[in-house]
Design a protein around this ligand. Sequence first.
Ligand SMILES: [Cu+2]
Length: 126
Amino acid sequence: MQKTIWIAALGLAVAGCSPETSAPVVTTPAAEAVAPPAAMPDMAMSAATPAAGPITSTGKIVAVDAVSGGVTLNHQAIPEVKWDAMTMGFTVADPTMLKDLKVGDMVSFDLQSATEPTKISRITKQ
Ligand SMILES: [Cu+2]
């Protein structure tokens, strides 16, 4: 199911953070029938993995609050969630993850998942 949804999502036009309003949201098993056959099942499987698990990206810290666990990042484009490069706010899983980070630091981070993209499960200085 996840794989099918992801393949369908890849076919849609890339558009910032805003969801594709004109495209149907694929949520039913019937969608399996319209998915193109995977010529290389192993590769298709690994391509689908990032949508289900952590999505790694990089960016620069614009603002950080180690007390509340909020961090604003100017992140690079993140195709897994169809985001262009932008500045936006995130929440870290544990505020102590931010204690050694400051504004201007370049960081590598993991988004929790495609369904919880504003939650950061890992963030480290580059
Ligand atoms: Cu964004």
